[in-house]
Design a protein around this ligand. Structure first.
Ligand SMILES: Cc1cc2nc3c(=O)[nH]c(=O)nc-3n(C[C@H](O)[C@H](O)[C@H](O)COP(=O)(O)OP(=O)(O)OC[C@H]3O[C@@H](n4cnc5c(N)ncnc54)[C@H](O)[C@@H]3O)c2cc1C
Length: 416
């Protein structure tokens, strides 16, 4: 009888595991609480009204429509029983497994200040991106209707918290929207009225990059009109603004990107975790005491050859997913298990139109060529020809015309 493989999470790790098992005699069930695989690295472009949600998301069913050994279940997993080899869904159903690949990703960490979440959404899902997009568009509309420049100031102020790649990408995009691409459509607002703050508690941004790239990234943002506040921990976030040491920045436009924590589902495994809740796994990505249960992607703590944990990045999740697909195939042939080894092909971050930084195997560069490479790689890794074509077309259009695409406000009124 074929073995049952359950994959929780249709993200980079989960999808690549299932794809690796395409021609293997196993029954695969992918369970995800959403019906789509989301290309999170381009999510900020949906928030910044450059792309549509459908450009960067693909129904999981559509990805596997031709792979007959895959069944897709829409549902939220709420429990895992290691001993009985079962997973339990919120809707009361139970599924048994021979192998379990747990890849539920991560979520934003508000460091115990959960009430900040409603004023400073993080960017993790399509609905987060649409929420942020509507806040930005609504704020611009509001500012347009206020005659007193002092009173409209908060609506033209944007605060992004966290100087990692997501915060930097978001700040750069907002600078482009609010200082350039949309300004021709507004009559009363002037580009220099817009204030964009990127707040970081540490002494530099883009800390995954070594100097000079981290400094170069900061300088590029500053040239675009973003004020970078370093060594500035956030003290409080309210509906009308952000409090930092010695000042209150009044704005309803706050985006959180200051740290992540693993999916709470990891707690169900009752294994040792690190300080951000990731499961500490063995070199073959299985958990202690259960050689048929694996954790991959953002939810797994795996060390690199120098003993540091691997970062939460798409290539890490993709490579781990492929590794697990091969491992299950080898297991079925009674072959000895291998250990996971990450191949680091480089790190990149984009800052804005024709601006990016890249560190490819020690070769550090920035500017137009870094941006071009970033764009080509992202298009290559998007799932589906249609999405690749549409994103490419949108980018070319935006590059040539400076115009943003999707600028619709779907909410009925400010409070809805
Ligand atoms: C805004 C943003 C920008 C990023 N930019 C980059 C970048 O430029 N480069 C880069 O390499 N990485 C980037 N990343 C990180 C990268 O996206 C992640 O490392 C990667 O998505 C991790 O893959 P994963 O498979 O572990 O989890 P995910 O891709 O997060 O997938 C997890 C899946 O599990 C599902 N799930 C979660 N809990 C449950 C549950 N209880 N029941 C059922 N399903 C569940 C979710 O719905 C989701 O589909 C970015 C992330 C974000 C949020």
């Amino acid at each position: 009888m074929s073995k049952n493989v359950i994959i929780i999470g249709g993200g980079f790790a989960g999808i690549s595991t299932a794809q690796k098992l395409a021609s293997t005699d196993v029954d695969i069930t992918i369970i995800d609480k959403t019906n789509h695989h989301l290309f999170q690295p381009l999510l900020y472009q949906v928030a910044a009204a450059a792309l549509s949600p459908g450009d960067i998301a693909m129904p999981i069913r559509a990805i596997f429509s031709k792979q007959k050994n895959v069944e897709v279940v829409l549902g939220k997993v709420t429990g895992i029983d290691n001993e009985k080899s079962t997973v339990h869904l919120e809707n009361g159903t139970t599924h048994s497994f021979d192998y379990l690949v747990l890849a539920p990703g991560a979520q934003y960490n508000y460091f115990g200040n959960e009430d900040w979440k409603k004023h400073a959404p993080g960017l993790k899902s399509i609905s987060d991106a649409l929420d942020i997009r509507e806040r930005i568009l609504f704020s611009l509309e509001k500012a347009e209707q206020i005659d007193d420049p002092e009173k409209r100031k908060p609506y033209l102020t944007y605060v992004i918290i966290g100087g990692g790649p997501t915060g930097v990408e978001m700040a750069g995009s907002i600078a482009e929207i609010a200082k350039r691409s949309m300004m021709q459509d507004f009559r009363n607002i002037k580009p220099d009225e817009t204030k964009i703050y990127l707040i970081e508690a540490m002494d530099g941004i883009l800390n995954a990059f070594e100097d000079p790239l981290s400094k170069k990234g900061q300088k590029t943002l500053e040239d675009m009109g973003v004020e970078v506040l370093l060594e500035t921990p956030v003290k409080d976030i309210k509906k009308n603004g952000v409090e930092v040491e010695g000042r209150f920045i009044e704005t309803p436009n706050i985006v959180w990107g200051a740290g992540v924590i693993a999916s709470p589902l990891i707690k169900e495994l009752e294994v040792e975790t690190d300080r951000i809740g990731r499961a500490i796994v063995k070199p073959d990505l299985s958990i202690k005491g259960h050689s048929n249960i694996f954790v991959a992607g953002d939810a797994a703590h795996v060390k690199d050859e120098s003993g540091d944990p691997l970062p939460g990045l798409a290539p890490v999740a993709l490579q781990q997913g492929k590794f697990l697909g091969n491992l299950i195939k080898d297991d079925l042939k009674n072959k000895v298990r291998k250990e996971f080894e990450y191949v680091d092909k480089g790190t990149m971050a984009t800052i804005g139109r024709a601006k990016a930084v890249a560190d490819i195997r020690g070769f550090k560069f920035s500017g137009f060529f870094a941006w071009l490479l970033w764009g080509l790689i992202h298009i290559f890794f998007l799932i589906g020809f249609r999405n690749r074509f549409r994103v490419f077309a949108e980018w070319v259009w935006h590059y040539l015309t400076f115009k943003r695409g999707v600028r619709l406000i779907a909410k009925k009124d400010e409070d809805s």
